[in-house]
Design a binder for this molecule. Structure first.
Ligand code: NDP
Ligand code: 8X3
Length: 251
């Protein structure tokens, strides 16, 4: 059955890989992100490669009005959403908490927690029309265990973990599945963003072991959302074989 998939943060990394995984299976996509040019190129590529319909929405998940307006602006034939993938997120900085940068804290809290809430709130009514509604939140191993200098990023991902559980309870009566995928280290633009463009520091994160690739996480999302109607994966932790927990990577 063809579904409509709404993906936040589809301009890079895990979100982009999810878009490809669902396009390959002929689903309709609503792709979102701040970088308009990337969105347009990606939509074009997916349409050409897989012949699927792609709609793009260009907004910052931290901007509550922009989120609401963008989702309200969807044409009627795009307002039946089957799967919401709450993926947009970031880590900003890597400092002991006493040296933390308050702008970094706000960026993480506003994006990873408040942004996820704003998007979910606007999408809930659109999921109710689906026969197989599903919300997938991209959490992290950082939402299961804290690590040195992870402080606020970890707190935001612990919040995603809690929100996933809370949503699951509240969505129960509406038949909406709610799942969390919690990956360990994935080689994307994540560390480049965390280290504010320092590509050497970012490359060091993934040096000496084989990290997860964005496609590995996308495959997990695709599998979780393709299970029979009566089956839900509540929580899936996915790690590279070399990583036992955030602080233990065998290099
Ligand atoms: P990337 O930096 O490659 O991708 C992040 C995506 O989020 C981009 O598409 C970006 O789009 C979007 N995004 C960030 N901030 C905003 C915003 N304010 N408004 C709208 N979109 C935004 O990183 P990943 O693919 O690795 O990260 C995706 C998710 O996976 C995040 O939630 C991250 O916390 C989580 N994660 C990542 C892990 C890793 O090791 N990489 C491990 C565990 C979880 P744009 O800049 O165009 O807006
Ligand atoms: C990203 C994984 O371990 O860098 O969520 O926090 S980690």
């Amino acid at each position: 059955m063809q579904k409509t998939i709404f993906i936040t943060g589809a301009t890079s990394g895990i979100g982009k890989a999810c878009a490809k995984a669902f396009a390959r299976d002929n689903h309709r996509l609503i792709l979102t992100g701040r970088r308009l040019e990337r969105l347009e190129i990606e939509a074009d590529n997916l349409t050409k490669q897989f012949g699927v319909e792609v709609f793009t929405l260009n907004f910052d998940v931290r901007d509550r009005d922009a989120v609401q307006n963008a989702i309200e602006s969807l044409p009627n034939n795009w307002k039946n959403i089957d799967i919401l993938i709450n993926n947009a997120g970031l880590a900003a900085g890597s400092d002991p908490i006493q040296d933390g940068n308050i702008d970094d804290w706000e960026a993480m809290i506003d994006t990873n927690v408040k942004g996820l809430l704003y998007v979910s709130k606007s999408i809930f009514p659109l999921l109710l029309k689906s026969e197989c509604p599903h919300i997938v939140n991209i959490g992290s191993i950082a939402g299961k265990e804290v690590y040195s200098k992870g402080n606020v990023y970890c707190a935001t991902k612990f919040a995603v973990d809690a929100l996933t559980r809370g949503m699951r309870i509240d969505m129960l009566a509406h038949g909406i599945k709610v799942s969390q995928i919690a990956p360990g280290a994935v080689e994307t633009e994540f560390s480049e963003v965390r280290f504010k463009g320092d590509i050497v520091a970012a490359a060091n994160v993934y040096k000496g072991f084989f990290p997860l690739q964005a496609e590995d996480v996308a495959n997990a999302v695709f599998w979780v959302t393709g299970l029979p109607a009566h089956v839900n994966i509540n929580d899936l932790v996915i790690m590279p074989i070399a990583q036992a927990s955030p602080g233990y990577i065998h290099k």
